[in-house]
Design a protein around this ligand. Structure first.
Ligand code: ZN
Length: 257
């Protein structure tokens, strides 16, 4: 029982064989996936995928790359669909040379508010912006008590993770957890309460070892969970089930399918 809390099934990488990709996920025990719309122009395609495949839910939002296009009128109709389980991904990215921080923050705040208004969780992207992200999440948690979310593909410190957990957010680990240089990330994982941790593939990116560099797909979340389970010293089924429950709670899905 595995849950891929973050993948991008609408991307061209999957256009030719999406049915087989989802079938392989199910065979690997990955019965639920949140497919995050990769860009505004793909909202319709992303919705279509969630409607087509049992166990696949959708998230819609403006990533930091599209901060300049963050128009609530474009997003609202998709958030109001029953297939939508989260707003995102949205957040701050100071690693890539994209929009200025102020513009990114404006788009992020808009989406935090839209999530709070609808009682939806937020899928947060953060790259090299941990200080500002702390400030934004703290402000949002004060302004919207009950707002929940997840820091996806977490790469921050243990202190960052605890800061977000204290404000009602979870953290999600992707395939980079398995990479040779990720000792710090593994240390963070081991120090956190296990029921505050989700797992994801971020497909088609970040394939876990030994598949690093290849196209990633949701079936591979089982590998990252098994890797985490070996760090925890427990059975992969135990780790998988715990994360499945945590993800289901966050996204408002039944805890036992
Ligand atoms: Zn993503």
């Amino acid at each position: 029982m595995f849950f891929d809390s973050h993948c991008h099934l609408d991307m061209d990488h999957f256009a030719a064989d999406l049915d087989a990709v989802v079938a392989r996920a199910r065979e690997a025990g990955v019965s639920r996936m949140v497919s995050v719309a990769s860009e505004v122009a793909r909202f319709d395609a992303a919705l279509d995928i969630a409607r087509r495949f049992e166990g696949v839910s959708a998230a819609f939002g403006f990533s930091p790359f599209e901060a300049a296009a963050a128009d609530p009128a474009l997003l609202a109709p998709f958030l109001d669909r029953p297939e939508a389980v989260a707003v995102g991904e949205c957040g701050l990215d100071y690693y890539h040379d994209i929009h200025p921080p102020e513009l990114q923050k404006e788009a992020f705040r808009l989406q935090l508010r839209m999530a709070a208004e609808r009682g939806l969780p937020v899928i947060v992207h953060c790259r090299d912006a941990w200080g500002d992200m702390r400030f934004e999440i703290d402000a949002a948690a004060r302004r919207f008590p009950g707002l929940r979310g997840v820091l996806h593909c977490f790469t921050g410190t243990l202190s960052d993770a605890r800061f977000f957990l204290d404000r009602g957010f979870l953290v999600s680990f992707a395939g980079n957890l398995t990479y040779r240089r990720s000792d710090e990330l593994r240390r963070v994982l081991l120090a956190l309460p296990r029921d505050s941790v989700l797992f994801e593939t971020d497909s088609p990116y970040l394939a876990p070892e030994p598949l690093r560099g290849r196209r990633n797909e949701p079936a591979n979340v089982a590998r990252t969970v098994a890797f985490a389970a070996s760090l925890f010293g427990e059975d992969a089924a135990v780790t998988g089930k715990r994360a499945f429950r945590a993800a289901s709670r966050l996204f408002g899905l039944e805890e036992v399918p």
